[in-house]
Design a binder for this molecule. Structure first.
Ligand code: UDP
Ligand code: MG
Length: 319
């Protein structure tokens, strides 16, 4: 029988705990009991309410529940991380505690896993339940992330709810950087990836822990985690400034020569003012070029210090 781990971070989820376990029991543990052994890794992320006590009560009923109690509130990403290193299943599924990630879809994910998929993303086909602000900002943001991401596609509308094969979990766990954003790391490590479609439900009970501040921080960390590509932008500005300066300087020189040869008549004042503009452009080009050079090396330094694997071999096939 295959062991499947559900990794569930929890911060002040006392209202959710009993409902979550009864739902998992009804939708997964009982119907799939002949095929899969479920392990639930619940991470108590420094909850200030009764989440931990309630988890201990559930543990009496469900011995397959492993409680990971964190030292304080670390945030969703670190909490999931703690769960991923603890989970022992052959496939691992991180999901939210509030039943926004529908457990009914898990049998379908497992089916795809059995058919050879090593990552199965749960893609939201509808965000109707989210506010339009959250929908639009997320849409723009994912497009930006995907744009700066080198080679790997960062899928839109997928959060942490995915099935990960043991191999993928091990690769992700082996990454050594401190700023960890799962939704960036999973596309980065690769492997055969499929998708199932979900409609993200409304939070069953309690309140969202993602105020605007936390969303902005997640967005910032995701950008920093995807790539150092934004550091290349000053290079483009430098190129733009340099070409503008050259065109402008050449144009002025030509006009100056034409004036000397008395072909055209242009006032000296105009040429002097233009010269000032050209000098300013020249200085700006120098300053931005130095900045661009710095940021290229900074990008290199960041990449080296983060020490992401430069390649991951899935298998070696010999005859
Ligand atoms: N969560 C956590 N630590 C935090 C904030 C959230 O472990 O500091 C958990 C939370 O209990 C839930 C999941 O992360 O299981 C997603 O949080 P939430 O539902 O509040 O976010 P939203 O769905 O509104 O984006
Ligand atoms: Mg939620």
């Amino acid at each position: 029988m295959k062991k499947i781990s559900l990794v569930i971070p929890m911060y002040n989820e006392e209202e959710m705990v009993p409902l979550l376990f009864s739902t998992l029991n009804e939708k997964l543990f009982v119907p799939l009991k002949d095929r899969y052994a479920f392990e639930v890794v619940a991470i108590n992320d420094g909850s200030k309410d009764k989440t931990l006590e309630l988890l201990k009560i559930e543990q009496e009923k469900y011995p397959q529940l492993v409680i990971v109690n964190l030292s304080r509130n670390w945030g969703q990403e670190p909490a999931v991380r703690a769960g991923l290193v603890t989970a022992s299943g052959e496939a691992v599924i991180p999901m939210d505690a509030d039943l926004q990630d529908p457990p009914e879809i898990i049998p379908q994910m497992l089916e795809m896993w059995n058919n050879g998929y090593e990552v199965v993303n749960a893609v939201r086909v509808s965000r109707k339940k989210d506010t339009s602000f959250k929908r639009n900002s997320a849409g723009i943001f994912y497009r930006f992330l995907d744009k700066i991401s080198p080679k790997v596609k960062i899928p839109n509308n997928v959060n942490n709810f995915r099935l990960l094969d043991r191999r993928v979990v091990d690769e992700v766990n082996a990454m050594s950087e401190t700023n960890r954003i799962l939704r960036v790391e999973i596309p980065f490590v690769g492997f055969k990836t499929g998708a199932v479609e979900i409609v993200r439900a409304k939070r069953a009970k309690g309140e969202s822990h993602y105020p605007l501040k936390a969303m902005v921080s997640l967005a910032k960390n995701s950008m920093l985690s995807v790539s150092v590509k934004p550091l290349e932008y000053p290079v483009y500005i430098a190129i733009f400034l340099a070409s503008t300066y050259m065109l402008s300087a050449i144009a002025e020189l030509v006009l100056f020569i034409l004036k000397l040869c008395k072909v055209i008549d242009i006032s000296s004042l105009a040429l002097w003012s233009w010269l000032v503009i050209n000098v300013v452009l020249f200085i700006a080009t120098i300053i931005v070029s130095i900045q661009a050079l710095n940021s290229l090396y900074l990008g290199k330094a960041v990449e080296e210090s983060v020490k992401r694997p430069s390649v991951i071999i899935k298998e070696i096939i010999r005859k």
